[in-house]
Design a protein around this ligand. Structure first.
Ligand code: F0G
Length: 461
């Protein structure tokens, strides 16, 4: 007799102990709210949002162990016990030698970029991230994309779209010379590509090449555990290894890192910079005092460092990652059933809807992803985010970047929403898809100088 069970489902390895009530809004209220927000979902008030998929950053639900640890925070200005727990957790699980706490990821990017980049330097990386590239540029560097071409194609099913194209890197090295490349900037589970992993094999090749050239690898490890889970699921030779072991191996192939603990590490605030080089550490320890706080708190409260130490450990649990990525996959599969065009393979931290094929009647200058995010909010109160031309911003000479990918990101906070929420999101997106031809483009009426996507305002065309 054949079994009716096609596959066994993922489920949460936790249960709920406390809930946060949400305000339900009417369509009329939402139309008013999005107009007032200048069609920018970043400018909505969160109380007007039903399901908040703006970001997976700082929006995670902490465990009872993490909440309990807050009471043990040592709030001493210097040499806090909580700092030493935080430092030990990072050294134990990620293997880096020297740690500098920062208030969040971009605090670490600021310090690291200022130390390592000189004016005229070039920083190759596997696709840009907004804050990372801006800090590299503000330090005088020029970011160059060396990710494989497949990453720019939303339909390409390459299992490791975060991989580096070594031929592209070699070209950059030949053109500028290794001396002008302070490091290669490598993100695990590349955010802007749709939460796509880099393979261990690719990272090993990159390590061998950069070692020969005397170039560092700096690791943006914001979503390293999600990347490790994909390696476990997809890469030959890794199916018997734990997420924790794979994370350790990834880190061992790099020379230092910046981390936003607000993602993988299951907290609401925090980050750090890590390095294996004493000289870099010494300078960072001095600089953190200027920009963040003393080198044993770096802008964090003792209790924040307690919660991060526990969050790191919880993030490395295989069952946690299976449910985390499983939930994102569930949402993606529902969207595919409705015919909604999404980036494939389904990524780690969210679903990325391809606004170019969703709204083919709009040009990129009419901000299709920005317009689509506004329409989804109006339909159901689900808040998503533009990841296209607005996020890409302008080059140093003032010209717009025109990214190949024009996406709306449905980012899933960790341990926060249920499968029924996922159904509501998929159904709302499908409803907007059905009336897609009626959706109009936008024009930008206010543009801030830096990271414009956060505060820009728009009007309907
Ligand atoms: N690197 C990556 C890959 C990120 O996704 C982020 C933040 C940062 C660095 C900066 O860290 O926010 O703690 O200063 N990404 C958020 C997002 C904002 O919504 O994707 P931060």
């Amino acid at each position: 007799m054949s079994s009716k069970i096609v596959k066994r489902s993922w489920a949460e390895p936790y249960k709920m102990k406390m809930v946060e009530l949400l305000k339900m809004t009417t369509k009329q209220q939402r139309v008013k709210a999005i107009k007032e927000a200048g069609f920018n979902t970043f400018l909505l008030k969160s109380e007007d949002v039903y399901i908040d998929l703006l970001t997976d950053s700082g929006t995670n639900a902490m465990s009872d162990a993490q909440w309990g640890s807050l009471m043990q925070g040592d709030e001493a200005y210097a040499g806090s016990k909580s700092y030493y727990k935080f430092e030990a957790a990072i050294q134990k699980h990620y293997g880096y030698k020297y740690i500098i706490p920062t208030h969040q990821g971009r605090g670490a990017e600021n310090i690291l970029s200022k130390i390592l980049i000189k004016k005229g330097d070039v920083v190759p990386g596997n696709m840009y991230f907004t804050t990372t590239r801006l800090h590299q540029e503000l330090a005088g560097g020029l970011f160059t994309d060396i990710i494989i071409d497949e990453a720019h194609d939303p339909l390409n099913l390459h299992p490791f779209k975060g991989n580096v194209d070594l031929a592209k890197l070699e070209k950059v090295v030949k053109k500028y010379g290794a001396k002008r490349i302070p490091y290669v900037s490598i993100a695990t589970n590349v955010n802007m590509a749709g939460g796509q992993p880099i393979s261990m094999a690719n990272l090993k090749e990159l390590r061998a090449y950069t070692k020969k050239q005397g170039i560092r690898i700096i690791h943006d490890m914001t979503r390293v555990a999600e990347n490790a889970y994909f390696i476990q699921q997809r890469e030959k030779g890794y199916d018997k290894k734990t997420v924790a072991q794979i994370v350790m191996e990834i880190c061992s192939l790099t020379d230092g890192a910046t981390m936003s603990a607000k993602k993988d590490a299951l907290v609401n605030i925090g980050g750090f910079m890590a390095t294996n080089e004493w000289d870099v550490y010494e300078e960072a320890r001095n600089m953190v005092v200027v920009y963040e706080g003393l080198h044993t708190y770096g802008g964090l409260a003792g209790r924040d460092m307690e919660a991060i130490a526990i969050g790191i450990e919880e993030s490395l649990d295989d069952n946690h990652q299976r449910a985390r990525v499983g939930q994102v996959e569930y949402l993606g599969e529902r969207m595919i059933e409705y015919g909604v065009p999404i980036v494939k393979p389904i990524g780690g931290h969210g679903i990325f809807v391809d606004a170019k094929s969703f709204l083919p009647h709009l040009t990129q200058d009419q901000f299709p992803a920005q317009a689509l995010a506004a329409e989804i909010y109006i339909d159901s109160g689900v808040r998503t985010m533009e990841r296209g031309i607005v996020s890409a911003g302008r080059k140093a000479n003032g010209d717009n970047y025109y990214p190949k990918l024009e996406l709306v990101r449905f980012t899933i906070p960790r341990r926060v929403y249920t499968q029924a929420h996922m159904d509501v999101i998929a159904e709302s997106t499908a409803a907007v898809f059905e009336r897609r031809k009626s959706i109009k483009g936008l024009k930008m009426i206010y543009e801030p100088k830096y990271l414009r996507f956060f505060q820009a305002k728009f009007e309907r065309l």
